[in-house]
Ligand binder design. Sequence first.
Ligand SMILES: O=C(O)C1=C[C@@H](OP(=O)(O)O)[C@@H](O)[C@H](O)C1
Ligand SMILES: C=C(OP(=O)(O)O)C(=O)O
Length: 431
Amino acid sequence: MEKTVKKVKRIEGSLRVPSDKSISHRAIILSSLADGISIVKNFLKAGDTLTTVNAYRKLGVEIVEKEGVYYIHGKGLDGLKEPDDFLDMGNSGTTTRLTLGVLAGFNFFTALTGDDSLRKRPMKRVAEPLSKMGAKIDGRKDGNLLPISIRGGKLTGIDFFNEKMSAQVKSAILLAGLFAKGETTVIEPVISRDHTENMLNSMGAYVSREFTKDGYRVTVKKADKLNPIHINVPADPSSAAFFAAAASVIPGSHIELKDVLVNPTRDGFFRKLKEMGAKVEYKNKRDEAGEIVADIYVSYHELKGVKVKPKEVPSMIDEIPLLAIIATQAEGETVITGAHELRVKESDRIKSVIENFKRLGLEAEELPDGMIIRGKQKVKGGIVDSYKDHRVAMGFAILGLVSEEGITIKDADCVYISYPEFFNHLEKVSK
Ligand SMILES: O=C(O)C1=C[C@@H](OP(=O)(O)O)[C@@H](O)[C@H](O)C1
Ligand SMILES: C=C(OP(=O)(O)O)C(=O)O
């Protein structure tokens, strides 16, 4: 499906964007391992998270949806069953990597595969530490690419330095740590999203966390059981970011974004937007099941270019393509470095953004680990490729709102992966 987004006068209104993808995945995965029934309200119903639901059903977990509420009948830490076919992980890196961590604890055979994009994404980053812990893992390209097979078993805890600051890698190791003899520790130079440790803690697992001179350190111990959870998933800051960005670049715009997760490991984009000059305000800040939630108000104000430093990347990793896109509208240059991880997402997000900028006649320089974007550029419009990457599709849709002749996005239906209602919401707040 192609979609064309045209210039609007302004963005105005109030939205409750869909629920957080990271927390929705973890709610299914962790409660599948709990003793008893977990209740998840406001679960994100989108491509990636439904992939997780299907995978855990194939692993023997009863997951029932009634009037929009998900009931997960946890099987305990020894109750998953060997699936009788491949697990299809679709487009979802999070489902794949976290599930490899879980399966490391089970002595049965599982084979995992995924779509064209996922089959290109590196898995050695989890396969290697999990093998060190005792799991037997193999796959294409020396165990790096899907299809991958895993047989879990007797695990021993490890200390792991998470150099890439990947929350998926950290989570996989911590989940395997629940089954491993002794302690399992992950150290990160900068903390990556911490929903796995928050949720494990709320389920009664041993989780110890500290900030040291080497960065962040989290330790789990072998668990006897996990208690079921009752959670209400907040709105996804990565989805809210698109509308915050739109309101920031179109004069006269105001947007209210309700119930958004503002965990500091996730809200880096909003902080950066403020630094660029936009009016960003958090109201009604509250704690919901161990996570911080707020209503976010964003109004237009002329933006200026900024630097995104490597240590700022983890808290805004999925929003960097969007930041690069709106940087074309800011006064002065924007320089993004330390973002090599963007090259191994659903698409190579540095290339995807740079190639689309070229198609639109916009100036930017590609760096190995980021981009330099020239500010205050006129956007005439044209055709761009989403590369079937939801974040790229939605990012360029936002640029369409300030284009003279509109931007047409190829394969725009990929927004289904994290935000099925995206184009409806965009229409709702476009004036
Ligand atoms: O743990 C998670 O839920 C996620 C972690 C990040 O990936 P990495 O762990 O590869 O950085 C992020 O890009 C992804 O959208 C979701
Ligand atoms: C990178 C993403 O997801 P995943 O790694 O789970 O495919 C994303 O949603 O931007």
